[in-house]
Design a protein around this ligand. Sequence first.
Ligand code: UT7
Length: 350
Amino acid sequence: MNRTKIAGIGYYVPERVIPNSELVNLMDTSDEWIQERTGIQQRRYGKPHQETTTTMGAKAAEIAIERAGIQKEDVDLIIFATLSPDYFFPGCGVLVQRELKITHKEMPALDIRNQCSGFVYGLSIADAFIKSGQHKNILLIGSEMHSMGLDFTDRGRNVTVIFGDGAGAVILQPTEQNEGILSTHLHADGTHAEELAFINPGCHGGYHLGQERFGYPDAEYGGIFMTEKMWNDQDIFPNMNGQLVFKTAVTKFPEVIHEALKSNQLNTTDINMLVPHQANLRISQFVQRSLGLKDDQVWNNIQKYGNTTAASIPIALCEAWEAGKIKSGDLVCLAAFGSGFTWGSALIRW
Ligand code: UT7
């Protein structure tokens, strides 16, 4: 049976390094707090008005395309995962097609959300398209420009210190060899959708599941995207119930990894490299301990880049591969958890 392999991989992170010490000048936080709670030492921010989620995604894509040994024109489907798109609509899929100058190909461009799980969801979608025979060169991108949408005041400090900008991309192709994606497992539970969310502006108009939860009664017609009250309250940034996310993540990560291993009759000892979504170094360390993995079986880079959401797995995977830590025949496990809540895993024979 045909499988789907990663034929090329690339990543791009912006040049501008933001150490914790720079955030200390903007809000009530400290290098010690950030490092102790998250492991993060620095992150990258894109150049405002010059770089966007799309342009960073295009740079990562160009590297992946070159490494796959194909031409841009060979791409026959674009899948773009992000929670920080350039525009409300259209999505970054068509924008990156234009940025790569392949609009003449008129291939489909698919935008997916799924936040921190976006790359694993995208991989699963690409795998299904490849197996169906419908597409042969799929470009999957995870890219985020968080820095343009964060609250740099004390109120947003629990969220803002975590996130960074960057992009990762892969080219997916069919293979008949004993390699490629062995399985993907995806999950979602919308019960806590607002516990890690960027709610305003939006069309909820202040009404949520029968309650005036957000308190924007002025949103009747037309004003639902941005009300004066939202602006005055500066209630226009992401919010997170960090402890709930943390507790759920440390349960769901091991669960979905075990699910993947079990369905392939494999064990944790078979994993050569686990690349977890880089949410928090403490979460990754907890997952490592609960699976009994050694340090050289897990790749972490959140110290350098912060949490880059949909981009974090492809960036980390590419770094691990470039460092020679992933070799042909290795069993690679990807796992993600995040807003939604959504979570998932993928097992890949490299
Ligand atoms: O990508 C997937 C989604 N995200 C995650 O997986 C994140 C999961 N959650 C976490 O990583 C952690 O919950 C955080 C790192 C976000 C927060 O760590 P925590 O240990 O859960 O802290 P907390 O929210 O319980 O806050 C503890 C204290 C509070 O002060 P008080 O009430 O004890 O006086 C916060 O106000 O730390 C305070 N605090 C900060 N202090 C300095 C919150 N953010 C900061 C900050 N700097 N940046």
